[in-house]
Write a protein that binds this ligand. Structure first.
Ligand code: NOJ
Length: 744
């Protein structure tokens, strides 16, 4: 008896010490691991495979009752009615043999009911604390209704605005994306897990944003070095922040569809990063491996996906239909299934679903659109708007007679943007509504165009109405449906007759403020002469109208910065600030109009640019004006030479030299002058928002660990290479004077 007890204690100690020593990215505990093992040991093969099956819950709960009772479903997506979710859970928990609760998933992308700006707009805030707060709000609202898993954040670096899904991510930059990734994971999951924790799903792993030509679902050709230096770091950061789940992407990279890519899923994600969360496919992305020509049939792709490291099948039904046979035939090991199921159960235990699978339907109602949520959404929309032009007309003085026009002035559905499944337009505050509430009887309105794609031959009525006002506000942009999944565009100008509408407003001779609400950076160069000021707001969400009114009238000073380069013309795509140094950087060569007739070909002075559009964008990454002005001075580094484990201390003085209080996003960029491979001309390494009163100046110290300069060089290892560097502190990626330093 005594010997048996000692033996059991020894085994337990071994299990505990083994789990304690293994790396855990999702924060599991020995207790949870014991519960996972105990449950796993009771499961039949069919029940295990059932956990690996995710289905879309359209329609009647009764349709799924048999499958739930027999343990054939591990997760559902697309059900948000708390009454139905409780019913689903009740069948799974009370009527199935092992009572395993469901993971209920939803695309809660930038808010649940209270919609925040689209993710590209969130990134424009350069404010991770605020973005975390927004993700928390989304989690509080969604979990109250029983949604415990969101398919967000999307971490795909996007450098081609033709790609409609550029709306869903943080833009073009690896560092900004990584900072936002952490913020969103912490916000969704909460800093401590409780009943408001919603598991984050980092997606789409990997490279999806580099689709050829910006055509959604297209192939990508990213080298391992590009993946490691540019596309993977935000995912790694999110894993470090504790992201519980990850989604594979639709694209094939260099011929290998992500859902069957052992290298990224096993070697990198599980092996190098130690990820012990759940890997789910994208919707039928396993099945699409047949369309890719990467597998013969569903059985074949199910085998490839599970052996590559996929735990859960979203909507291919490949696992549920073929896995038993695959295991019995020896094509898939039982240990592979066990590991997948462990990854799924671990998340269910961590979320506390076994203790508390149900939600309180009445309490759920109370938190939707709570005043604090609306307030956070408004503040975020304010911080995310980017002032791109201002000849001094903004902010407008209260008391002015306002004429409002444009298809986005009162478009409550469209200003919510893409992936706003649960945002209800009845709750949207449009700019028109906000302005009318603010200045009762003082706002006149003619829509001009009723939707963004509409074309009209003339706008005489608009010009006439504009003449009767002191200032004209023209709300332009894109309908929500013009960006997002599968909504790529080859023409990025304002659609329909919007440019003509703006011109008609300008023809009134009155000051014109253009406000663009869109899902991507549109090519607005041709529209700039038709306005005195232009405020760009990536679809700003529920409270967008109030936020824009506050900005236009100066209650709030714009502080957003471009999270992505704004092109002059679509033919420049892809154009991004951190491109590699070329052998022939542009230095102001001849443009099309200056080429003499029958000019002879020469090999002198040839550089990298377009004859018709030059080398530069309309607005660079990190750009955005304010009603005040900022000046940087006294940029100093604490040393001239650093070792690889040092921290660079950068001090600078930032002065608000204008008449308004304001906030500047100070940015620090670095160039590694010589490397074992060519290096980017600049890379963002740090940013911070600095709030300054009019006339105030402050000394700011920023710290950058030298390790942040590491990259994967010629030998394939990630390290900081010694040599000379340049560093800029500035208000955007295209200005400022550089300071030099060395790394030993
Ligand atoms: C397909 C999209 O690519 C993905 O982002 C989304 O989460 C799933 N559908 C589920 O709706």
């Amino acid at each position: 008896m005594k010997r048996t007890k000692i033996l059991i204690m020894a085994v337990l100690a071994a299990v505990v010490s083994c789990t304690q020593h293994r790396t855990t990215t999702v924060g599991t505990t020995p207790e949870i691991e014991n519960r996972v093992e105990k449950l796993l040991s009771q499961m039949t093969l069919q029940e295990k495979i059932g956990q690996m099956n995710q289905v879309s819950a359209g329609g009647d709960v009764a349709n799924y009752a048999d499958a739930l009772r027999s343990g054939q479903i591990g997760s559902i997506l697309n059900e948000v009615d708390p009454v139905k979710i409780n019913e689903f859970q009740r069948i799974a928990v009370e009527q199935s043999r092992l009572g395993i609760p469901l993971l209920v998933a939803r695309d809660v992308i930038h808010g649940f009911h209270t919609e925040f700006p689209i993710p590209l707009g969130l990134a424009a805030t350069f404010d991770p604390e605020l973005v975390e707060e927004g993700a928390r709000v989304a989690a509080v609202e969604a979990t109250a209704q029983g949604v415990r898993w969101t398919f967000s954040p999307m971490l795909d670096i996007a450098r081609d605005p033709r790609w409609g899904r550029i709306a869903e991510g943080s833009g073009e930059d690896t560092y900004l994306d990584a900072v936002m990734a952490r913020a969103m994971v912490l916000g969704y999951q909460g800093r401590n897990l409780d009943s408001t924790s919603m598991a984050a799903c980092i997606k789409h792993f990997v490279g999806y944003g580099a689709a050829e030509g910006g055509r959604d679902y297209n192939s990508t050709y990213l080298t391992e070095r590009q993946l490691r230096n540019t596309y993977l770091p935000p995912f790694e950061e999110a894993v470090k922040a504790g992201a519980m789940t990850l989604m594979t992407s639709f694209n094939d990279n260099d011929g290998v569809p992500s859902t069957g890519n052992t290298f990224v899923l096993k070697d990198i994600l599980r092996g190098e990063w130690g990820f012990d969360g759940l890997v789910v496919t994208d919707w039928n992305s396993m099945g699409e491996m047949i369309s890719h020509g990467f597998g013969t049939d569903r059985r074949d792709v199910a085998e490839k996906a599970v052996n590559a490291g996929v735990d859960m099948d979203m909507m291919t039904f490949g696992f549920i239909s073929h896995m038993e046979d695959l295991v019995n035939s020896g094509a898939v090991k039982v240990s592979t299934i066990d590991n997948a199921v462990r990854n799924i159960l671990r998340i269910k235990f961590l979320l506390g679903l076994f203790e508390n699978p149900y939600v309180d339907v009445e309490a759920a109602k109370a938190v939707q659109y709570a005043p604090a949520h609306l307030d956070a959404a408004r503040r975020t929309a304010e911080e995310s708007a980017i002032l791109l032009k201002n000849d001094g007309i903004l902010p407008l003085k209260p008391g002015a007679r306002i004429f409002v026009t444009g298809p986005l002035a009162d478009a409550p559905h469209d200003q919510l943007g893409t992936w706003a499944f649960d945002g209800e337009k009845e709750h949207t505050v449009t700019p028109l509504k906000a302005l009318q509430a603010r200045f009762p009887g003082k706002v006149s309105y003619v829509p001009g165009l009723s939707y963004s794609r509409e074309s009209k031959p003339s706008f005489a009525g608009v010009t006439a109405a504009a003449r009767r006002a002191d200032a004209v506000l023209v709300f332009l942009g894109e309908e929500a449906i013009l960006s997002g999944e599968a909504h790529s565009l080859a023409d990025l100008n304002l659609q329909g007759s919007q440019s003509e509408l703006l011109k008609a407003a300008k023809a009134s001779g009155k000051p014109v403020v253009a406000v663009v609400m869109a899902g991507r950076p549109l090519t607005i160069e041709r529209d700039l002469p038709s306005c005195n000021a232009l405020l760009y707001s990536f679809h700003p969400g529920t409270m967008g109208g109030e936020a824009l009114a506050n900005l236009i009238f100066g209650d709030v000073n714009p502080s957003g910065k471009t999270p992505v380069t704004f092109l002059r013309t679509v033919g420049q795509a892809p154009l991004y600030y951190s491109h590699n140094m070329t052998g022939r950087p542009y230095s102001g060569q001849t443009l099309l109009a200056d080429i003499p007739l029958e000019a002879g070909q020469t090999s002198l002075g040839n550089t990298s640019y377009y004859l018709d559009y030059g080398a530069y964008p309309l607005f660079p990454f990190g750009y955005g004006l304010s009603y005040t002005t900022f000046e940087y001075s006294g940029i100093t580094l604490d040393k001239a030479e650093y070792s690889a484990d040092d921290t660079i201390r950068v001090t600078f003085t930032l002065a608000n030299t204008g008449k308004y209080d304001g906030t500047e996003v100070a940015q620090i960029y670095v160039r590694d002058l010589v490397g074992s491979i060519t290096r980017p001309v600049k890379e963002l390494k740090h940013f911070e928002r600095v709030a300054l009163k009019a006339g105030e100046s402050r000394t700011v110290e920023a710290q950058i660990p030298v390790s942040a300069l590491a990259f994967v060089g010629l030998d394939g290892t990630k390290k900081v290479e010694s040599g000379d560097f340049l560093l800029w502190v500035s208000g955007d990626s295209a200005s400022g004077e550089s300071t030099r330093f060395k790394v030993k």
